[in-house]
Ligand binder design. Sequence first.
Ligand code: ADP
Ligand code: MG
Ligand code: MG
Length: 926
Amino acid sequence: MKKWVYLFDELGIIEDRVGRDFESVKALLGGKGANLAEMARIGVPVPPGFTVTTEACNAFLAAGMVFPEGMWEEVQGALKAVEKRCGKKFGDRDNPLLLSCRSGARTSMPGMMDTVLNIGMNDATAQSMIKLIGDERFVFDAYRRLIQMFGTVVMGIADDLFEDVITRVKRERNVLNDGDLDGGAWKGITAEFKGIFRSHASRHFPEDPVEQLILATEAVFRSWNGKRAVDYRNAAGIPHDLGTAVNVVTMVFGNMGADSATGVALTRNGTTGENRIEGDYLTNAQGEDVVAGIRMTNDLSELEREMPRAYSEFREVAENLEKHFREMQDVEFTIEKGKLWMLQTRDGKRTAQAAVRIAVEMAREGLITREEAVKRVSAEQVDFFLHPQFESAAMKAARDSGNLLAEGLNVSPGAACGVIALDADLAEAWATNEGKKVIMVRPETKPDDVHGMLAAEGILTSRGGRTSHAALVARQFGKPAVVGVSSMEIDMNLRRIKVGDRVITEGSVISLDGTGGEVYLGELSTKVPDIKDPWLMELLGWADDFRKLGVWANADYPRDAERALSYGAEGIGLCRSEHMFFEAERLPLFQKMIMADLPSEQQEALGALLPFQREDFAGLFRVMDDLPVIIRLIDPPLHEFLPSIVGLIKELADLKLRLKHAGTMGDIDALLLEIKEKENLLARAESLREENPMLGLRGVRLGIHIPELTSMQVRAIFEAACMVTREGKKVRPEVMIPLTSHVNELRVQQERLEAEAQKVMAEQGITVDYKFGTMIEIPRAALTTDEIAEVASFISFGTNDLTQTTFGISRDDAEAGFLIEYMEKGILKENPFAVIDAAGVGELMRISVEKARGARPGMECGICGEHGGEPRSIALCHELGLNYVSCSPFRVPVARLAAAHAALTRREKAVSAREPSLDHSGERPN
Ligand code: ADP
Ligand code: MG
Ligand code: MG
């Protein structure tokens, strides 16, 4: 027989059943219940109570809204035990016990039933409580709260109906605050509330305490399948079969006078991570008054002055909770006539900055290990340091002044401000024609909306989940986005949105926090967090001790290399040597090289380019003293360096028109000359035109076709290397040949280039440590890396091209088009250009590495595609045993952490595989 109900001090019985794994306890008791029981176990003052399990909820729903057999008897039994502990009786006339009924799923989620306080009150208990406590005001305030909460939460009556009464009575009595109403006023309000209850719930308010408890429990169970909760779970990808628990807790009262209070606190600062308890409280108030924001709360520091004894006890409890759970805690407490009660604890929410600082400081304090500190910070949290974010002070101010408009799913991080545009065309028009910053707001998005989304700063939708079109596109293009804001109604006719009773017209400014999933009215100030944050630096230093993968960076210019180095890069994995050819003074020289009819002309142009390239490379070598620098020889096809054919045709038409109307002979001559030049350019561009340049004359093919060009690059590399060596630095150039598919290509090209390198070194009388190698970006190369390894001494995966050539799709066409459709339809789970496709591309990489090292033991294998900075791809690279990942300098910190995570996860797996009897996840925090 199942046990459905557990007292808070019955954790031991649960553990006999599910083991000492706290996650299993949470699954059964919900987060709130498990933590209440854990607090009770370690001697924290928790009001007596019990939890009805998530299993009971599931059984109740499965049976068609009927409590499972034996459950109610167990509730009554638990109630008896609680009564005994408190010395009060539920429903008793002389000394009544009051209870709260609180929902609590495994993770807290919107849509679950709110708490009902003061269960057990009725006309009779109210009278006896007045006699006992002697405070009519307190008793009727509590009674009306029960009717109001029971009415709204359990019966679904609109809260306005109740609040309007309070507002009216306050006006009649000419008082401002709820607290200023006397007992008589609350008594009258209580009577009125009963009337509202009767007419809107079509029944009398249940005077029977047991009936109150039954109805409240049923309502919590039912709320698991409420529309909002189901929508939320669908959107957030939470399973529907977890169920919610019900926590029944003895009421304690923070509103029993000047020696009573209620409050919330974080054991450390949730914004900065500073190790200082922070919180808000109210004297003489009940729990929901603090969070509801109706009354101005006090800073926790004042409690120290107001109630020093209770405060110091609270501090001690908070510190113990943190030590016990080994995490920053978010706690709720109540002080009743000087006696402290803890009502809730859970791991506290925090900003990325706070997460980093807390992890580092907890490790320094010896509370957790360095491994744990590294594991606790996610790659996304490091990523956070790289993008503009709303300032926490601005968000708090907006919240405090009621400008937090709505909340939804945080599907694409970052901060964005702009005016609301309700359709894609308008978003695009405002952004491009009027230079406005726009937030595109739609019920949901479709492929026709993409142009507007690209023009917008951020995207907001009322429907959809994490894999909706809007979410996918936003992540794809790095646009902050919040989706599934179900409280928002979009009225396309009146061109406005409504949230509750607020109306916001199109064109109004809003701020979107894609990191936290919040929408604010007005413009919030942003700032870029400091990546040089001392705690982050320390954490990354620890990560370096754990990781096996090297972290290199892609950098074309010395300033990028400097940044990479300062972020902790250990080499340059990709310098794209052709980028320099596009620069102002060099492009004409490069075009001249392309246009040359005679070898001598070509040599002349290349000769003029050589010093430029030499300086480029020398700059990199100087920065990367004694670190490897991989320079990739020219990759793009030549036509990319020429003006577009269409442009040339237009220009020619223009020139010819001008020729017609030209006045002087001088003008005509000049025009004719220009026309001749353009015609040559056009002829050349046309002769270089390819149907499919991506698969055309590029990479090693181009090097074979014009060996003088790559020879010049190699000469520049080695002249620079010798030069910088002479300056006293250690230079480690690695020359990388792109787009190889057959070893013979490499043989032809590399032999020639290596000879050139030898020649330069002989000329200069200096030898440098160098390598020649190739990129692996074509499946054939991956499958024949053993042959390739006979020539190449290193390989680097160009996973962007490798993904294109493996899938046979062009990235630009796919991402702007059918790829989103594929992801929406679930054909592809993930964009393979963002996360390496492990089964296909990853498998090719695996074969390639194996063959490479088979032919050339210990061969250097790396990755230089954008994937090299993406955490899941980094984990794959770790599994494949690559030597390093190379990514953009900005991603280096993320990669350092992700590489450490990969190594630590691997280590854990290895340990649990070796010692299957030792259940590591089963360790309870202590
Ligand atoms: P939530 O999950 O929304 O935080 P809770 O169940 O924690 O809901 O309760 C809401 C408020 O009611 C909290 O501020 C809490 O302090 C208060 N509360 C709940 N149970 C009790 C109780 N037994 N005695 C006093 N206050 C309570
Ligand atoms: Mg709570
Ligand atoms: Mg490539």
